[in-house]
Design a protein around this ligand. Structure first.
Ligand SMILES: Cc1cc2nc3c(=O)[nH]c(=O)nc-3n(C[C@H](O)[C@H](O)[C@H](O)COP(=O)(O)OP(=O)(O)OC[C@H]3O[C@@H](n4cnc5c(N)ncnc54)[C@H](O)[C@@H]3O)c2cc1C
Length: 403
C-alpha cells in the first residue's frame, strides 16, 4: 500500500523540521526520519549548547561559507540571523550573545529542538520515525519513495538528509544517492571543520595549549593555496582550534601549514634579531622571545627542536641560526599527514552540485518539485553558528516556495 502526501521531507534535522513548520501546506506534509527521534545532530551541536548563529550584519556572513558562498546569499537575505533569533524569542526561548556567537539563553540544544517539534505538532506535520528511506523514483506528477516500513507517493519531495559527518547521528550520505537517482551531480563529499593530523608531530607535550589569531598559510607543491587568520590549538596528534577547523575544507594530505607562531612579520622579526645582536648582544634568546605573545613552554620546545639553549646570547647566534629562528617562529612548517575523517568532522564539504539548484527557491533545476535544504547541499560554513544558520535559511526559502 502507498501512502500519499502533498510533501514528503526526508530527514528530521533542523533543515527538515524548519521546512515543514514553515510550509503553507504543513498539514499535508510528512517527514520520514530513520532514527527513533528527531535532531540527533542538532542535540550535539555546540557541545550540547547549540550555537545557533552569529551576531552582526548578515552581509558579514557571506565570506564564511568557503568558495560557494554566493549561492547562499538569497537564502541568508530572506531569513537572516535576526529572523532566526526572533523566531526562537517569539516562541519563548531567548537567545544570548557570547563573543558574537548566539546561543539559546538556556544553553541547551534540547530547548531548540523542543520548539521545532512543538511547532511541527501545532502545524499538524506528521513525522514517521524509524523509517529509513531506501530509494526514490520519479513518477508522473511526483515521487515514489520506498522506506524500510512503507512505500509513499508525494507531489513535492524535500531532501534534508544532512551530509556524511558523524554518521552515527543518522546523516551518512544517503541523500547523495537519492540526488543521483534523480539525475543530480554530487560533488565529492569531504570532511570539513575537522582537526588536522601532523606527520612527525613534535608538540604532544604541550597539547591543550592554544594560540589566538595566528596567520596560517596552506602550501601545496610550494604554492600558497590559502591564507587564513584564526585561533589554533595543539592536540596530542596535531592541530585543531577554530582557525584550523575553518581552513580544513581546503587542506589535503601532504600539504604544509606554515604558521606564524608569534604573530610577527618575518622580516621585522629578522631585523629585531639583528639589531638586538648589535645593541644588546648579551640578551638571552629566551628574554628576547618574551617580547612576543607565545607561551614559555612553547618557546622552550621550539628552541629544544633547534638544539639551542634558552640562555644563549643573541650576539653569539650565527646568521644561519638566526634565519632558522625566523622560519621556526614566523613560518613553522607543519606537514599534514591527513585531515580528520567523517567520524570526527563536524560538517561535510561537497554535496549536491549548486549549479543544479535554484538559489532563490532551493528547487532543483532538473526536476520540478524536488528541493534540497541544509547540509546535503555543497555548502559548508565556518565554526560559530554558520552551519545551522544555513540549514534554517535554506529551509525557510524552500518552505516559502512549496505549494
Ligand atoms: C559535534 C557537532 C557539533 C556541531 N555544532 C554546531 C554548532 O554549534 N553550530 C552550527 O551552526 N553547526 C554545528 N554543527 C553542524 C550542524 O549541526 C549541521 O550543519 C546541521 O545539523 C545540518 O542540519 P541538516 O538538517 O541539514 O542535517 P542533519 O542535522 O544531519 O539532519 C539530517 C537528518 O536526516 C536523517 N536521514 C538521513 N538519511 C536518511 C534516510 N535515508 N531516511 C530517513 N532519514 C534520513 C538523519 O537521521 C538526520 O536526522 C555541529 C555538528 C556536529 C557533528
Amino acid at each position: 500500500m502507498n501512502f500519499q502526501f502533498e510533501t514528503i521531507i526526508i530527514g528530521a534535522g533542523p533543515a527538515g523540521l524548519f521546512t515543514a513548520l514553515n510550509s503553507k501546506i504543513s498539514d499535508k506534509t510528512l517527514i520520514l526520519e530513520k532514527n527513533q527521534s528527531a535532531g540527533k545532530k542538532l542535540l550535539m551541536s555546540g557541545a550540547g549548547r547549540c550555537n545557533l548563529t552569529q551576531f552582526g550584519n548578515i552581509r558579514d556572513f557571506f565570506s564564511h561559507y568557503g568558495d560557494n558562498h554566493r549561492f547562499l546569499i538569497p537564502a541568508l537575505n530572506e531569513f537572516t540571523n535576526y529572523d532566526l533569533m526572533n523566531f526562537f524569542n517569539n516562541h519563548g526561548l531567548k537567545t544570548i550573545n557570547i563573543k558574537s556567537k548566539i546561543f539559546p539563553e538556556t544553553e541547551n540544544s534540547e530547548d531548540v529542538l523542543d520548539i521545532l517539534l512543538h511547532e511541527c505538532m501545532k502545524k499538524k506535520v506528521k513525522i514517521n520515525y524509524d523509517e529509513s528511506v531506501k530509494s526514490i523514483e520519479l513518477i508522473n506528477d511526483g515521487f515514489a519513495i520506498s522506506a524500510n516500513n512503507y512505500d509513499y507517493i508525494s507531489k513535492n519531495l524535500v531532501i534534508a538528509t544532512g551530509g556524511k559527518s558523524y554518521p552515527t547521528s543518522g546523516s551518512n550520505g544517503d541523500g547523495y544517492q537519492f540526488a543521483k537517482a534523480t539525475g543530480h551531480t554530487v560533488i565529492k563529499p569531504k570532511p570539513a571543520l575537522t582537526p588536522v593530523y601532523i606527520s612527525n608531530y613534535k608538540f604532544k607535550e604541550i597539547s591543550g595549549i592554544s594560540l589566538g589569531e595566528r596567520k596560517i598559510t596552506v602550501m601545496r607543491d610550494n604554492l600558497k593555496i590559502k591564507i587564513h587568520q584564526g585561533d589554533i590549538g595543539f592536540t596530542h596528534w596535531g592541530l585543531s582550534g577554530p582557525g584550523i577547523l575553518d581552513l580544513s575544507r581546503f587542506i589535503e594530505a601532504n600539504d604544509v601549514l606554515k604558521i606564524n607562531l608569534i604573530n610577527q612579520n618575518p622580516e621585522i622579526f629578522r631585523e629585531m634579531l639583528n639589531e638586538t645582536a648589535i645593541t644588546d648582544g648579551k640578551r638571552t634568546i629566551k628574554r628576547f622571545l618574551k617580547n612576543f605573545t607565545i607561551p614559555e613552554n612553547l618557546i622552550k620546545l621550539l628552541l629544544d627542536q633547534m638544539n639551542l639553549e634558552t640562555s644563549v646570547a643573541i650576539s653569539s647566534i650565527s646568521k644561519i641560526i638566526r634565519n632558522r629562528l625566523v622560519e621556526i617562529f614566523c613560518e613553522y612548517p607543519f606537514h599534514v599527514q591527513r585531515t580528520g575523517d567523517f567520524n570526527i568532522a563536524m560538517v561535510t564539504a561537497g554535496g549536491i552540485s549548486l549549479k543544479e539548484v535554484n538559489p532563490k527557491t532551493m528547487e532543483s533545476k532538473l526536476v520540478k518539485n524536488l528541493y534540497f535544504v541544509g547540509e546535503v547541499l555543497d555548502i559548508d560554513g565556518d565554526t560559530g553558528g554558520f552551519n545551522l544558520q544555513a540549514a534554517f535559511s535554506t529551509a525557510f526559502l524552500a518552505a516559502k516556495n512549496l505549494s
